[in-house]
Design a protein around this ligand. Structure first.
Ligand code: AMP
Ligand code: ZN
Ligand code: FE
Ligand code: FE
Length: 281
């Protein structure tokens, strides 16, 4: 089985890369992609602990925003980590997430939630990309709520008055940067409307022109209708279709390999990077 979208404690997952690889091995995965938000920080550890017989796809889930303010997540896979333009863009996003967090905290303080940046940082592993889930963990630790799901439903969802966006490239710019770094671009959970506003199906044409390689069709947050529509769009444009768990350890209900990618689709994806970059042991 092949799972092409997972998170570790280098962003808002709860397993270390080593734990992730071990759990993937135990779950019988033949290939796994590491896709922490806006970073490559977990790559070395994952690679060092890869198990025999497994294939590792190194990547990152790039936070994007359309000109209309819609949040889009773009999986960049198999790119050259030395590419400066892509690395600079991710660094800018990570940096901007800090000021954005301070703004969200200030809004929560005004509403009576006593929470500080230190409380949030206490929930973050060294070198990890800061995100709303860490703030959720701080609110849980302070006794305000019981789970990340509850915090997102109550105060941290995208339409909440506490929501603040951070700098993000447009999806087209992110695709261009990923392709420029020799990688493969797959749009993640494109129709997951429970998270907030989603792009219209007509938008895909522009992403395809920018170089989009694939669509994450099978994902927990997609309805049956979403999946068939995305599958049709993928076929129309000759894009790779993936399925994945978006595993976050204990941080989300998503279980490793709950959705997976067909070996044929994985082959097509692998062939689309500028040079062979799947790591095999
Ligand atoms: P951010 O990148 O800081 O805007 O935070 C968005 C991240 O929060 C997403 O990538 C998910 O990992 C996580 N998230 C979104 N909704 C939920 C939810 N309902 N429960 C748990 N985590 C969530
Ligand atoms: Zn996440
Ligand atoms: Fe995502
Ligand atoms: Fe994700």
């Amino acid at each position: 089985m092949i799972d092409l979208h997972t998170h570790t404690s280098f962003s808002d997952g709860t397993d270390s890369p080593t734990e992730l690889i071990n759990k993937a091995h135990a779950a019988g995965l033949s290939a796994i992609a590491l896709t922490d938000h806006d970073t490559v920080a977990g790559w070395d550890e994952a690679q060092a602990h890869l198990r025999p017989g497994m294939a590792l796809v190194l990547g990152s889930e790039i936070s994007c925003q359309t000109k209309d303010g819609i949040s889009v997540h773009m999986l960049g896979l198999l790119f050259d980590r030395e590419n400066e333009a892509l690395a600079a863009m991710m660094a800018r996003t990570r940096e901007n997430r800090i000021g954005r967090m301070q703004k969200i905290i200030a809004r929560l303080n005004t509403a009576g939630y006593e929470i500080t940046m230190d409380d949030v940082e206490a929930q973050l592993s060294d070198g990890a990309t800061l995100g709303r889930p860490h703030l959720a963990d701080a609110l849980i630790a302070a006794g305000y709520m019981k789970s990340r799901e509850e915090v997102f439903a109550e105060v941290l969802h995208n339409n909440s008055p506490f929501y603040v966006a951070h700098y993000s490239p447009t999806p087209e710019d992110a695709i261009a940067l990923i392709k420029g770094a020799g990688g493969v671009a797959v749009i993640a959970h494109a129709m997951a409307s429970l998270r907030g506003r989603v792009i219209s199906p007509t938008t895909f044409e522009s992403y395809v022109r920018a170089g989009l390689d694939g669509i994450e069709v099978m994902h927990r947050d997609h309805t049956a209708e979403n999946r068939s529509l995305l599958s049709e769009i993928a076929e129309e444009f000759g894009l790779v279709k993936t399925g994945s768990s978006d595993y976050h350890g204990n941080g989300k209900l998503n279980q490793l390999a709950e959705f997976h990618t067909a070996p044929k689709e994985f082959e097509k994806l692998e062939a689309r990077s500028s040079e062979p970059r799947v790591i095999r042991r």
